[in-house]
Design a protein around this ligand. Sequence first.
Ligand code: BG6
Length: 519
Amino acid sequence: MASATVQMKVRPEDLNQVPKSGERIPNPGILVIFGASGDLTKRKLVPALFHLEQDGLLPKNFAIVGVARRPLGDEFAADMREGLIDFGDVDKSDPKIDEFVKKISYYALSFDDASHYAGLKQELDKIAQEKNIGPDRLFYLATAPEYFAPIIENLGAQGMAQPEQGRIGVVIEKPFGHDLDSARELNHQVNAVFHENQVFRIDHYLGKETVQNILVFRFGNGIFEPIWNRNYIDHVQITAAETLGVEGRGPFYEKAGALRDVVQNHVMELLSFVTMEPPSSFEAEAVRREKVKVWRAIPSIPIKDAVRGQYGPGVVDGKKVVGYRDEDRVNPESGTETYAAVKLGIENWRWAGVPFYLRAGKRMKKRATEISIQFKQPPLLIFNRMQASGPCNDIQPNLLTIRIQPNEGIALRFGAKVPNTPNMSVCPVNMDFDYAAAFGTSTANGYERLLLDAMLGDQTLFAHRDGVEVTWSLYTPILEAWAAKNPEVFPNYFAGTWGPDCSDRLLEREGHVWRNNIG
Ligand code: BG6
């Protein structure tokens, strides 16, 4: 396809009009990270906090307390410092690093030992007094999911969840349960201690700029919404393709699989932003209500409309990689899916009859998370009737692609007349908006925004208990059916490809094909 890249650089004077978010600075407080010795803290959370500090978005009096079982002491802060340099995209000589690292300390505790929590409370009080920090606390649960309930219960028992003053919140990393029943039980356990308005169920996709931009694209512009419906849209595809494998997380992934790990949460969040009705405001209650409404309009997904795959050995990014069953600590006869795709519909006035195809996979050909919205063909293809002798006469439907990552941006495909040809030859071209080119900056990893919002008590970009339960109710029957019958032909795709053939057949039934020319 020819490509006409339209330069859409933001004028500096326009950027200057954007209010600096410096007004949104949380109160002095303590962030307590449970499970702090895990990878997430070092790779994502601490670098994100440092970026907030660099941007002047953290309060001056602020402390980060890592909590885990191992007796780490000062080693912890040193390790976080290393993490900042390795993963934080920071300049080693930045003088702010030392200042920031001084805010980090460590407390060793067994998550499920109630007798350890009085000591934690004392430790936090001591830090608060020494550093002149007020009563605000944010508890971040980055542990294995089986510890969520005991930690919450123990915090409650020590009176740490409901103090008389200050803002207390709890951030829960996914997975929020592993099926509908366990999600309900977890919600129940959480809400027995924390009020729902204190609970921040984090889905890091919602922190991505490009994901938030879906709402701006739809509801901050006048021209798209009138055509954003079944009258104009033929079908929608959402792809979350990764080239990574399970990266040493075999035991976790064995129990998860692609449907639980990515489709039920990240992909469904993308779907909700693309399909929800306009909320009355950009406030937590209004946005979350619309999301739940659209998920509730999805009828149960027939088992024939869900396909699973598992990668065998192959070549990814020019390197040979092993198959899933040969990954570290994975069952050599594993039936866990590393690829999942579903077709679903949304039964409401806006979307009735429009198929939505969702897929997520590991060890795929390319890393690309993308939403593509294919519009219907014009009612009469007058140019097709002419005998074109030009270089192409390829009339394709309009396609809007929202690139969540990488190469973040939005492209619109339309037909253009091929110049200097005697006939009306039509060729598809792309009008392309590229985030980095337009704003001259790369987008943050998502955790900055979400951590800041949680500290400020803003729940707009977090999952609500109802939403979690609706999405689990859609996928639990599929997971149960899959668990009941071991897949006959695993592995069924080579690493470094676009997934199993059965996934193509899911679309062929409707005369559609996966868009594999993406990213
Ligand atoms: C996580 C999953 O939630 O999302 C991982 O557990 C997956 O398996 C990751 O790799 C993908 O996130 P991102 O931001 O790299 O698309």
